[in-house]
Write a protein that binds this ligand. Structure first.
Ligand code: ADP
Ligand code: MG
Length: 260
């Protein structure tokens, strides 16, 4: 059964979507069957892989609210081993439409249960909120990756997120674990970047991934070409760093031997 990993942080612009696309593409390149679930109404993972959200007929929204089968919504991308369950703007309305439903926190989990056997990894790109869609994502997930930008106020909101995760662990999903905290947009030349790395690692210690994602132009421009950085420039620092993250996760999960 595939492992479901949510990429979550209610702060916007910390690298959730960049991590989703490039981690998923790296796992796919290492020949693990991988599905991206775009659970953000802004649909940046969908457009970042080259699909126009306005042209999407069936999205995660229809799967959660209207009972459409995920099989009928999933897109096979141009990249081997990489599929996408897309999003579109209607997902905004899902929060309101689901409010009176029974078991409204389980809708995504139920949708994904029918297809997770077909994948090694399912990576969920969460929206920048702690609303019902994100609660659904965390309820559906086995673990969560928290991207933290190496910038001012890096730790802001992290307490609230960790608290939300605790509540979900106790009430909705006892299975949920923290895969790791991921430092993103690191700039070697900026003293603040180094301070943030120091602060986050001393505070969260082994919860923090060894892999740190650098600030890299390929990572920021590849979505405009509708491809992961790996497909645009496999040797770029950005692509290599996400490949390293994929390896770190595979080793941690016993799916790849520890390198000597
Ligand atoms: P989120 O999904 O958390 O809102 P994004 O992944 O969309 O964050 O990243 C926010 C912005 O920063 C985007 O324009 C993205 O291209 C850029 N970005 C993210 N990670 C990097 C990086 N490592 N290097 C350079 N730009 C990045
Ligand atoms: Mg995003």
């Amino acid at each position: 059964m595939g492992k479901v990993i949510a990429i979550a942080n209610q702060k916007g612009g910390v690298g959730k979507t960049t991590t989703t696309i490039n981690l998923a593409a790296s796992l796919a390149a290492l020949e693990f069957q991988t599905l991206i679930v775009d659970a953000d109404p802004q649909a940046n993972s969908t457009s970042g892989l080259g699909y126009n959200p306005k042209e999407i007929e069936n999205s995660i929204y229809e799967c959660m609210v209207e009972g459409v089968r995920p099989q009928d919504a999933i897109i096979q991308t141009d990249f081997p081993n990489l599929d996408l369950l897309p999003s579109h703007i209607d997902l905004v309305g899902a929060e309101i439409e689901m409010i009176n439903l029974q078991n409204r926190e389980d809708k995504m989990k139920n949708a994904l249960d029918s297809i997770r056997d077909s994948y090694d990894f399912v990576i969920i790109d969460c929206s920048p909120s702690l609303g019902l869609i994100t609660i659904n994502s965390l309820t559906a997930a086995d673990s969560v990756i928290i991207p933290v930008q190496c910038e001012y106020f890096a730790l802001e909101g992290l307490g609230k997120l960790l608290n939300t995760i605790k509540i979900i662990q106790s009430r909705l999903n006892t299975n949920l674990s923290i895969e790791g905290i991921l430092l993103t947009m690191y700039d070697l030349r900026v003293r603040l970047s180094n301070q943030v790395v120091g602060e986050v690692t001393s505070h969260f210690q082994q919860m923090v991934f060894n892999t740190i994602i650098p600030r890299n132009i390929r990572l920021s421009e590849s979505p405009s070409f509708g491809v992961p950085a790996l497909a645009q420039d496999a040797d770029s620092k950005g692509a290599v760093s996400y490949l390293n993250l994929a390896r770190e996760i595979l080793i941690k999960n016993g799916l790849m031997p520890q390198e000597a």
